[in-house]
Design a protein around this ligand. Sequence first.
Ligand code: SF4
Length: 394
Amino acid sequence: MMRTTGTEEMKITGLSDKLVQLAKIMKNQNIVNELQKKARELRDKYYGNIITYSRKLFLPLTNICVNRCSYCNFSRRPSEDDAYIMSPRLALEIVEKYERKFKIKEILICTGERPDAYKEVKEKLKGWGYRNYIEYLRDILEKIVKITTYAVPHVNVGYLEKEEIEIIRPFTASLGLMLEVDSYTLMIYGPHKHSPTKAPHYRIKFLINCDKVKIPVTTGTLVGICETVIDRARTLILLSKICSMINAIQEIIIQPYAPGERSIKECKCCKTPTIEELSLLVSLYRLNIPIEVSIQSPPNLVNDIMIIVNSGINDLGGISPVTPDYINISYPWPKISYIRKLLQDNGYTLRERLPIYPRFVREYKIWLSDIIREKVLSIVDDNGLVDPKYEGED
Ligand code: SF4
């Protein structure tokens, strides 16, 4: 079933024509205002004056990763001094300590990919009674949903096979995996040279498997990691196509590259996009992606939140009132009260959502396991957002 998209003139018809057309638009900063206006109007028509965010606790179970993306400031090899994998007991202690106190609704499990590819991690997992990382992950997720009041997990641990998605699905509300950039050149010469699962076909397979397993999934693009304008255009076309083909995609993140100590040394061609480039991209995504798929940009990585809001986003992603953004450690989130006031002054209302969007809450029989469904339905209002009486502040 084809789904609704933005304005007719932006609609994708022929791939090669569209690629050239989009690339030209992306280079033409003179049309930012016009596109912003169209994207904003489209967003307002569907989402009204509501901008959402997810109130999360960031739980990075391990920073050990088999890949080596040169823009990454988070991942470590087991031999590095600050490499770690949390014991299940520590992970649960953190959840117990903060979930209720800070009215958390999302436990974000974000980790390096396939840490058990290393024998050091394998041995540690064995010592805790697990045969592999997926067993460890599933056990922690199961324990988390048993101890939380309302919070449900959102899991972003890199590429997983379909069988692995099925194993964790009963205990997680949604998954995340960025497409990043539809480019094989970056796999040969660029920052994905040592990261085989960053190949676009793996990412697509993952998204399609989420649809098969019936779990909502978040994806998106990383902007400024040595990609060309043609790569950006190709990525938008691909994401637009996938969103029209499957129902599981709930959100597209448009994330700018944020330099850190490591990435500055490791990636010479990485470059943070300007706010104008980013806002143009946001508008183009809003106009080309089915309207029911949320468009998000992280507020700690953009230097002007209102420009991005005015370009067509309807969501600010996960924001934690208690933990830092471990992936972009030098970029603190703005206070929720600050964002609320900023939006209010511009005619918008900030609302809390769960790590699953209202559309999937409404179709809970299809998309949510029994245990997740029970928690979700106990806290949402008629629109599928967090009932205001359960919302938190700073
Ligand atoms: S970006 Fe993800 S996959 Fe790449 S090195 Fe960092 S943690 Fe690993």
